[in-house]
Design a protein around this ligand. Structure first.
Ligand code: LLP
Length: 412
């Protein structure tokens, strides 16, 4: 567990006798300057290893979806662990290379790859480009021809499943802009044949959405992908990779993570079955983001004022939607963890709101917390994924700081 209370203090580190844990307050820079993301690097590693174990027995690579959090130290750590990355821009590829992720462990996804980005990716010699449309495939072929090299490509399927998540983060439903359905196949086959000198078809890829819990929808999508893989084989394209995307969710409403580890195992079983059904010679790729890093991060913010109106009691803090957009954008509910629990039992229902001049600027609504004061420190939980990565300088505020803790020590 990344964060837990001991003697009224919020601690960071594993809640076990052998792993050292320290009070979050003790790792913060002093005096307080601005909001800060604190990450438990050991929690990330535990999750990465759990997924690795779940995929044991089949040839596989975990491509961390770095859009979730592209901090250089975190990327460097993933690289050291042997992970690959899933990227969606030349910027992400650049960051991954700088963090020493080998080019042959980088895959490039995304619907709108520009000519310059494709040229950059091909020149860098990355593992594969995940192609989202026939027009993109033609563009890749012409750039590969110009560069005189052969592009390793995979094809993103849109399996048309509805994973029942927030509509903004479903991606494998027929109404979404992502991927291709089976009607694209004849055209794909024909481009692959006519451009065979420049295109090397390696596999299929899919990603049906984010914050998913229903593994049956995954199963359905994987089965559809496996069926299309066979159609490629029947047309003489011997694909040697199967990329099943990311999307496993975390339960923001609770600190109980048992479910998540069980899901990682079930997902691993499902993935192994898929590979076995294809004869076992296929390399399995996954693109997890949130499940690896989401739980590790805590956004710490300081209460500036409390304000009681006739309708609400506000805790006005120095962070907000510009640092953690998820509550405003997806109505996400992150738990609010005071860094010190008050000695008294009196509590109130607060809206935790920020400095931005919009009423969408809230971090949490209607949360029961002990009495808050100017200077009280609050941690917004489970903010390791899509937190800092989506932060902006809106209203010309500064970005938050970031620090990593491992083995009870700050390592950045
Ligand atoms: N692969 C592809 C192609 C993706 O588009 C994504 C996420 C992932 C992998 C990783 O998905 P994950 O394992 O993290 O669920 N900002 C939203 C999430 C957007 C996800 C976009 N794509 C949020 O804060 O909930």
């Amino acid at each position: 567990m990344a964060y837990f209370y001991r003697d009224g203090k919020l601690m960071i580190g594993a809640n076990s006798v052998t792993d050292p844990a320290v009070a979050v307050e003790s790792v913060l820079p002093t005096p307080w300057r601005k909001p800060i993301y604190v990450y438990d690097l050991d929690d990330v590693e535990r999750r990465y290893q759990a997924m690795n174990r779940a995929l044991d027995g089949v040839k596989h690579t975990i491509h961390y979806a770095m859009k979730a959090n592209s901090n250089p130290l975190l990327l460097g750590h993933f690289a050291q662990l042997g992970a690959g990355v899933d990227t969606v821009s030349a910027g992400e590829i650049t960051r991954a290379l700088a963090a020493k992720v080998p080019p042959k462990k980088i895959i490039f996804s995304g619907v709108a790859k520009t000519k310059a980005e494709i040229e950059f990716a091909l020149t860098a010699g990355i593992k594969q480009i995940n192609v989202e449309s026939t027009a993109e495939l033609e563009r890749i072929a012409s750039i590969a021809r110009k560069l005189g090299l052969k592009a390793d490509v995979a094809f993103r399927l849109n399996p048309d499943v509805n994973p029942q998540t927030h509509p903004y983060i479903t991606t494998g439903f027929r109404e979404n802009k992502f991927g291709m359905d089976e009607s694209f196949l004849p055209q794909l086959f024909s481009i692959l044949k006519s451009e065979q000198q420049w295109l090397n078809p390696r596999g299929l890829t899919m990603h049906i959405g984010s914050l998913l819990f229903d593994l049956e929808v995954f199963r359905e999508a994987i089965e559809k992908t496996v069926a299309v893989h066979r159609r490629f084989q029947a047309h003489g394209f011997n694909l040697d990779r199967l990329d099943i995307g990311g999307g496993l969710g975390i339960r923001y409403e609770t600190d109980d993570t048992t479910d998540e580890f069980a899901m990682i195992e079930a997902y691993g079983r499902m993935a192994r079955e898929a590979v076995t059904s294809l004869g076992g010679e296929v390399e399995l790729l996954t693109e997890p983001g949130r499940i690896l890093v989401g739980r590790s991060g805590l956004l710490v913010t300081e209460v500036q004022y409390t304000k009681a109106t006739s309708a609400k009691l506000f805790a006005i803090v120095d962070s907000g939607m510009h640092h953690l957009l998820r509550p405003a954008l997806y109505s996400a509910k992150h738990r609010v963890l005071p860094l010190s629990l008050p000695g008294t039992s009196s509590s109130h229902i607060y809206d935790v709101v920020g400095p931005i001049c919009e009423s969408s600027d809230f971090l949490a609504k209607d949360v029961r917390l002990g009495e808050l004061y100017q200077g009280s420190l609050l941690g917004i939980a489970d903010a390791g994924a899509y937190g800092f990565a989506m932060a902006s300088c809106y209203n010309s505020h500064e970005l938050p700081d970031e620090i990593f803790v491992s083995d009870g020590r700050v390592i950045s």
